[in-house]
Design a protein around this ligand. Structure first.
Ligand code: BGC
Length: 767
């Protein structure tokens, strides 16, 4: 076993590769990145170069670990993903150190919302509107992942999602461009820390570039067709924000864009990303995406697919053998130039350099004697942070007659298929999170009540009664069935829950989606809670007991009927390892809920797409004034069930009139928007003040409003505070039909509120 520590130190600052591999002909100093990489590149054979572009999955059926080590030692693999411990990664790095040039490997993983400690899913994080909390998630994830020898995460995922049928809605930060952009930069900085080279940092790979959230019909992997202004104004900024915050890499989307797959899209990957945006990092294809160019119908065969991808600027190929198989022939024939190959290799080496791997290939692997005795030890978790962030992500949707908070002295029944479902607490893409570490809702309530109130439990219903859906969901998890189905008849399950309800003062029904329902490839045609669970809710309602719905889901659900049935509704997403404790904190008032929806909840699937910042239209629907020939659906009420930015608290907050520092803004000058917010309730609490802008008349139709600022603040009962938001010309800019980024003269409305609809408004003119 080799380690840097055992090597003779020839030069103080130089690591393994700089000493050993480059000693032959006066290697440049490691500090000089460009020269160092140029020199290394000049020593590489064509096969070694192609090897660097290969990123492969660990644990897949394609290759045994022994074979992987052989390939690494032969210089035929550049990086791997899906391994999770130092003990797994060390032998692979040792193999790289046996290779001719000793170019270090990197080890990546999908660490999206935690590595061992699982935080709420990304959509839940966005619901916190709390960048400090989100920073803590990114930092903690990086600390945990790097402690287990990971160098890179395929995150943040910043695809704007406006069609909740799409299962990956759960993985992103919602529908809004500004909120997602803020979170994107926060996450990138948090993952990468002071620098991606630090021992406790991991490199961020922003994904999926680009527009993956706009797949037609919300059906995963489908095509995307979008106008350029919409792309530039709404969908691209979050990727750009992550890149501007220093993300080391970009993962390429699986979809096509206006007919050209992202993986073969020269305009996207070269013109926009590299030339316009000045991106300097590594680009990584998604899983098998180069080969999929054949099925997209843009490549005749593997050879053409590899050629298209490398020419488009795809540096690394993920789990795809085509670069290895086809690049030698393409180089030989001159169809791909050495310069094109070198460009890709340079980016991979550059990323490794930035991750500090040339300085010390074992920087995150460490020494064997320091490996944790138990990878899954309780002491390795960050439970306090997980509980704190989870509480902030919960959104109180309804609270009639102050049903919540509950008294700990009450007798209560907790029912529902998700009440005691450890795996579902974690949500999808839960890295190496362990179900056994999850605090379920039932367990969280039990702990909170210890010795006080009475808690009864009944499952009440299966997640779904549809055998085909059940089989689909259980197929998703290779290791174990995701969903434990209770074989008893539905009526028996319901009866048990009703009996528990009848013996209680209040019923808490934990219902919604299992985590696999909001997952990659899990698109839905309905947004309803599955029928088995709806029947349970009906039966519980019939008992006449106060009914609290605790929703678990990774997308907006259409809950028109449930909204009427429930006395209180708490949206909890998939809230992570500490979710059950966090939910109990809110249900009992130990934490006053403060989350706000990062995505619109439609009434029904038929209203999709429904998002708050749509363009102005000629015949808008006016609430309260229905009529023919306006833009509406005639069978049901129009408008959302819950709007973007909405969420209640146990306190009430009041906003003063807003004032503007001027009603005539000169270019280059700041506009100050002032508003006072008061906690008019009896409890201390947090709320989110949201500022929206509307460009009333432009050279093209503009959104009815767009989020431009927000601030989450804590106010004691009775306390008030004046907030000042400063806007500048840049905040008024948009991409026009010529894609010029302009602030056009005219009237702008400033709207401030505690959600996107209930707002105060003032206007100003831009000269
Ligand atoms: C997903 C990516 C993910 C990759 C590696 C793909 O199926 O689309 O988001 O990073 O797998 O796990």
């Amino acid at each position: 076993m080799e380690s840097t520590m055992k090597l003779p130190l020839l030069g103080l600052a130089f690591g393994l590769v700089s000493q050993v591999a480059l000693a032959a002909n006066a290697a440049p100093a490691l500090q000089d990145k460009q020269a160092f990489i140029d020199h290394l590149l000049s020593q590489m054979t064509e096969a070694e170069k192609i090897g660097q572009l290969r990123l492969i999955s660990i644990g897949g059926p394609e290759m045994t670990r022994e074979k992987i080590r052989e390939e690494i030692a032969a210089g035929r693999i550049g990086g791997t993903f899906n391994s999770r411990t130092a003990a797994e990664n060390r032998p692979m790095q040792d193999a790289a150190m046996r290779s001719r040039l000793k170019i270090p490997m990197f080890f990546a993983y999908d660490t999206l919302h935690g590595e061992r400690t699982i935080f709420p899913i990304s959509l839940g994080l966005a619901a916190s509107w709390d960048l400090n909390a989100i920073n803590q998630v990114g930092r903690t994830s990086a600390i945990e992942a790097s402690a287990d020898a990971l160098d890179m995460t395929f995150a943040p995922m910043v695809d704007i999602a406006r069609d909740p049928r799409w299962g990956r809605t759960s993985e992103g930060f919602g529908e809004d461009t500004y909120l997602t952009s803020k979170i994107s930069e926060t996450m990138v900085r948090a993952f990468q820390g002071k620098s991606p080279a630090e021992r406790d940092s991991i490199m961020a790979i922003v994904k999926h570039f680009a527009l993956y959230g706009a797949v037609e019909g919300g059906r995963d992997y489908n095509t995307v067709d979008m106008s350029l202004p919409k792309m530039y104004n709404d969908y691209l900024p979050p990727y750009r924000a992550g890149i501007d915050a220093g993300a080391g890499g970009v993962m390429v989307a699986l979809n096509s864009i206006n007919g050209v797959p992202a993986t073969a899209n020269t305009w996207l990957m070269n013109d926009l990303l590299r030339k316009d945006w000045g991106f300097k990092g590594v680009t990584i294809s998604d899983h098998g995406a180069i080969k999929e160019l054949i099925r997209h119908g843009v490549a005749r065969d593997g050879r053409e697919a590899a050629k298209l991808a490398i020419k488009a600027g795809i540096d690394m190929s993920m789990n795809d053998s085509l670069y290895g198989e086809e690049l030698p022939g393409l180089l030989k024939s001159g169809e791909v130039s050495t310069a094109e190959l070198d460009h890709a290799v340079r980016e991979v080496l550059g990323a490794k350099y930035e991750m500090g791997l040339f300085k010390d290939p074992y920087v995150r692997i460490g020494k064997p004697e320091n490996d944790p005795k138990d990878t899954y030890a309780e002491s390795r978790l960050h439970r306090e942070a997980a509980r704190d962030v989870a509480r902030r992500s919960l959104v109180l949707l309804e609270n009639r007659e102050q049903t919540l908070p509950l008294k700990k002295s009450a007798a209560m029944a907790v029912v529902g298929p998700l009440a005691d479902a450890p795996i579902d607490m974690m949500g999808s893409w839960a890295a190496d999170g362990q179900p056994k570490h999850s605090v379920t809702v039932r367990e969280g309530l039990r702990r909170a009540l210890e010795g006080k109130g009475k808690l009864l439990y009944a499952k009440g219903a299966n997640v779904t009664g549809d055998k085909a859906v059940l089989d689909y969901l259980n197929f998703l998890n290779f290791d174990a069935p995701e969903i434990v189905d209770d074989p008893r008849p539905a009526a028996v399950l319901i009866d048990e829950a009703v009996k528990a309800a009848q013996q209680s003062d209040v019923v808490i029904a934990v219902v919604g989606e299992s985590r696999g329902m909001s997952h990659e490839s899990s698109s839905r045609t309905t947004l309803e809670i599955p029928a088995t669970q709806r029947a349970l809710i009906d039966a519980l309602k019939a008992t006449g007991k106060p009914l609290v719905l605790v929703l678990m889901n990774g997308r907006p659900l259409s809950i028109v009927k449930e909204r009427e049935q429930a006395d209180a509704i708490l949206e909890t997403w998939f809230s992570g390892t500490e979710g059950g404790n966090a939910i109990a904190d809110v249900l009992f008032g130990d934490y006053n809920p403060s989350g706000k929806l990062p995505i619109t909840f439609p009434r029904s699937v038929g209203q999709i797409p429904m998002y708050y910042n749509h363009l102005s239209i000629g015949r808008p629907y006016t609430p309260g004034q229905p009529g023919n020939y306006t833009s509406q659906y005639f069978e049901e009420p129009n408008g959302p069930l819950y709007p973007f930015g909405y969420g209640l608290s146990y306190s009430t907050f009041a906003l003063s009139e807003l004032t503007l520092s001027t009603t005539e803004l000169q270019r280059g000058e700041p506009l100050e928007v002032r508003i006072t917010v008061q906690n008019t309730g009896k409890l201390d609490g947090e709320t989110v003040v949201q500022l929206y802008l509307q460009d009333v008349a432009g050279s093209m139709s503009r959104p009815v409003k767009e989020l431009r600022r927000f601030e989450k603040l804590m106010l004691k009962a009775g306390e008030s505070r004046t907030l000042t938001f400063t806007l500048g010309e840049d905040d008024l800019k948009f991409y026009n039909t010529q894609l010029h980024h302009v602030a056009e003269a005219g009237t702008f409305n400033v709207q401030v509120g505690l959600d996107s609809q209930d707002v105060q408004q003032q206007a100003f003119e831009l000269r």
